[in-house]
Design a protein around this ligand. Structure first.
Ligand SMILES: Nc1ncnc2c1ncn2[C@@H]1O[C@H](COP(=O)(O)OP(=O)(O)OP(=O)(O)O)[C@@H](O)[C@H]1O
Ligand SMILES: [Mg+2]
Length: 212
């Protein structure tokens, strides 16, 4: 469970989250929407313990995202809006993922393959040198292969071609529905079949939260 209570986050004088309160429970599959700059990514980063709040509290499975970040991240699969600047080769990255989160390399290959990418042909390339879509597919494959209680996808299909996008949604449908899934998206029609809750943000506030 993710419990967000009265969270305010400011960057200088700019209020990115304004007294946000909500709760995400197991089984919730949420489309998180709203205009550019509404605060969606900031909310996700607060959940993942990237930032200190100016006010309010967040708990993730009862834990504090900043103090107990390592423990929380064991149970979270996260695909960020922009791929991180990883300096490892693909092979080294997969090795690291396998060791740090007990994720099977075969499962990662399987999921990446589902999105029509044979990552085995690119093992010796640096992650940095992959195309935007290839990075995205690899990160999605890693997060899908990891068994988590929380899946967070911040606009994961932005760089994907239409077919890969379709296959991505197919993969998600196979995932356990007792987990929490949070999708940031600007295309509600794409996730309609996958979600049971729609949340809209604007100017750092939740302006609508509808259970479907
Ligand atoms: N690290 C940061 N430093 C300063 N300001 C930030 C930072 N992160 C976010 N902001 C500001 O917070 C506001 C919300 O940004 P955020 O990235 O959360 O929006 P978003 O809803 O994810 O938008 P998008 O749809 O464009 O991804 C914006 O005004 C942004 O400039
Ligand atoms: Mg964002």
């Amino acid at each position: 469970m993710i419990d967000i209570k009265n969270i305010t986050k400011k960057f200088g004088k700019n209020i990115s989250l304004n007294n946000v309160t909500t709760r995400f429970n197991g089984g919730d599959s949420i489309a998180l929407m709203g205009a550019n700059g509404a605060g969606k990514t900031t909310l996700i980063r607060m959940i993942l313990g990237y930032y200190h709040a100016n006010n309010g509290t967040i708990t993730v499975n009862g834990l504090d995202p900043i103090k107990e970040r390592v423990e929380i991240l064991k149970h979270v699969s996260f695909v960020p809006q922009l791929p991180p600047p990883i300096k490892l080769s693909v092979d080294e990255l997969l090795h690291f993922v396998q060791k740090s989160s007990c994720t099977s390399r075969e499962m990662i290959y399987h999921y990446v393959n589902e999105m029509s990418l044979d990552i085995k042909e690119h093992l010796h390339k640096s992650f940095f040198s992959l195309s935007g879509g290839m990075k995205q597919k690899l990160l999605i494959g890693i997060s899908a292969a990891k068994e988590s209680s929380i899946y967070i996808y911040d606009e994961p299909t932005a760089n994907l071609d239409p077919r890969a996008r379709e296959n991505f949604y197919k993969i998600l449908k196979e995932q356990s529905n007792s987990s929490i899934s949070l999708f940031v998206t600007h295309r509600i029609e794409e996730v309609k079949d996958l979600v049971n809750r729609e949340i809209y943000m604007d100017l750092g506030e939740i302006i609508s939260d509808v259970k479907l």
